[in-house]
Each structure stands twice: as structure tokens, then as C-alpha cells.
Ligand binder design. Sequence first.
Ligand SMILES: [Zn+2]
Length: 434
Amino acid sequence: MEIGLISVDRWTQGSQVYFLTHLHSDHTQGLSSTWARGPLFCSRLTAKLLPFKFPDLNLSLLRVLEIDSWQYVSLISPSSGDKTIVEVMAIDAHHCPGAIMLLFRGEFGCLLYTGDFRWETSSERAKAGRTTLIEALKDDVVDILYMDNTFCNPSFAFPSRQVAAQQVVDIIASHPNHDIIIGIDSLGKEELLLHISCVFNIKIWVWPERLQTMHLLGFHDIFTTKTSLTRVRAVPRYSFSIDTLEGLNMIRPTIGIMPSGLPWVVRPHKRDDNLFGSLLTSRYNRSKWSDGDKPNDNLGSVERFHKYIYSVPYSDHSCFMEIEEFIKLVQPTNIKGIVSSSSCYVDPLYYFGRLCAGNQPSLRLHYRPERKVEGKRSVAVPTKSNIVSSNFTETNRKRKRAAKLNFLGFHASKVNALRRVQRGAKIAQSECSC
Ligand SMILES: [Zn+2]
């Protein structure tokens, strides 16, 4: 996309319009209450939450994107100076409240920016998203897929959030006389907390700002700031630590649950260098556990790496297998990861280049989204135009356009992957519901 046209999750100067996929702080770095560089497009729910995070933000700049609808934005082409129309559709990313993917079409081609997303194969919301995406693409090839590559490594295999939520419930049920501490961010994992509240018929404690967010999200009777009303407390992720749990256990028996797709990384203690390695690899190398330390088999992939702390693979990001399925569905010409890191970034093309358009038969032929037509279910029939890889000439044309895109560049941020570098006993993510 031409420099100077649009920016996604990036807030430096130089674009005509700006798009925000969701409100996690690693996507809003540079955005502030005084920000005034141009119209800001986001989902309706994000627009509702924005003033809480940025109290003095000029609300006249906000533009709401309705989910699953094309919106047309009139801009000036920086190269020709003529008017140009950018089409954009927001699609439910099923990451945190308000999170969206953005599908763009214009003179620059077709671009898909996932933001952070989780599309589980079993999720009805993800199925609806897939249907929307395929129907919106029609015969277009996605020239560049800007993708959430947080877990773009085959070692990241974890269950659906539904399964992980049951693991959390099992842990709580097996500790009937303990207080429970759960580490969360300022947005996200609400469904997990609602599930716990529903199963145990209890309220969940949250800190005062989080209670305000819950009220904005429409949850009025489930959460409380009174510790006397419940034994389950959802605390800020930054305050969740071994030190905290050890301190709490001097007062009352307490366990901590960290829902995350990431294994914990703990700073090595000088007196015990082995601690670092054992905790770092705990999720993926169970042979290190002695019999007495083994987690309950019923808890599946739950890890109990400290006597007071469980790590549960509940993630708002797609695991590797889900990323692979997503790319098979989209079949982009090129892929770029939106999460960069000097230490662990791997170009998604390393794993998925073979799945890009032209490199394998189109899976869109096999994807038949169900539609409801006048109360009846019907199946979308793939058309000739869906056969992306068989149209050699068209693919080549699109590839040439993609090469042009690479040359021109696209203002889409690579999210600072410091959020994934966790040091110290605390999980000090800058904030994203991993
Ligand atoms: Zn996020």
C-alpha cells in the first residue's frame, strides 16, 4: 500500500486515515488522548472502550466499522494526486472484545490484516468469520496477508479455549478450600471468567478499573471489587508472581492460575541456575517432572511448575495448527508477520510459503460455508473464480502487483514483541492476552 495512505495499529505521522484492530496496549503505542492525526477507524465496541483508555480523545475523529460490511473511504492517492477509493471490511477476530481483522481492497490490491486473532476450528464465531471472509474475497487473491504470528512455531500446540476453560474449572474444583488468583490483562479473557462464575455460581473479584471495563462490556452482576464476596480473584497480570503467591499463602491457602499460550519464563536465580531451564521448557518437556510434581492427568496440558501456580494453555491467539488452517483458507500471495522480535521472530514464509497462492491447489474449493436462505440452510457452491491456483495468468498478474506492493511498502506495524519476552518472576507482558 502506498505510503501516506493508511496505517493499521500504527500512529506515526504520514497517513490519511488510521485503523485500530483492538485495544491491547501493544497495538496502541503512539496513540494518546491528544492524538489528532486523522480519522480513526475501529469496531463499535472498541469505539465504546476508547474514551475509557484515552479520556480526552477527540471523539469526532472516531469512525465506526460495522462488522462484515464493506465501507468505502475516499482518499487522495499520494502518487497521482487523484481521488482513490479504499474498500475496507471488518471481520470478527475473536481475540478480545472489539478485536477485528481488516480486509482492504483498492488500487493497491487486496490486503488482509488479521491483528491478533484466534479462529479455533470448533468455534462458531470463527466459522462465521471464515464464511464472511471467503464471501468477501470472492475471486480476489490476498496479495499480502499481515498475520498474527505470535505462535508461528510448530511447538505451540494448545487446545481450544473451551477445553482450557474446563481445565481451569477442574483446578478450582480440586482446591475447594483455597483462594484462587487468575492473572489477566486490562482487556480479554472475559469468557473464561464468565465460565468460572457460571460453573461455581460465584462472583469474580476484579480491580476497580477492570470493573468499569466489565460494566462497559455489559457485565453488571458478575464482577465485584469486594474481596469478601468471593474466593476467586482476577488480578492484573503484572501483579501475578511467585512472590505474590508465596506472600498470600502466609495468610490463606491460595493458588494462582495463569491462562496463557506461552510457557512461563523465569529469571534464573543465582543460587539455582537450573530453575531457568526447567521452567522455560516446562510445557513442552514433561520428562523433567519428578513423580511427586506431575500435574493431575485429568488436567491435560496444564502445568504445575510451582507448588502454588498452574499454567493453563488458554490463549486468545491462534495456535500453530490454526494459523496453518487459516493460511490454507486464505491462500495469500505473500505473508508478513505482525509480531516482530529480534530474538525469536521467524518469517512466516519459512513455515507457510508452500501454502501461498500458486503453490498448492485451492482449498477454497473444499470450503463450503453454510448460508441461511429464507430460513433454510444452503451450501455455497464454489465458482470457477474460486479456483485461484489454476488461473495461472491471473495469479501471475496478482504476483506482479504484490511485487509492486512490496516496493511501495505498507504502513502496518510490527507489534513490539517485547510483549513476548517475559522476564523476572512476574509475567511482565506489555499487554496482550497470549
Ligand atoms: Zn491483542
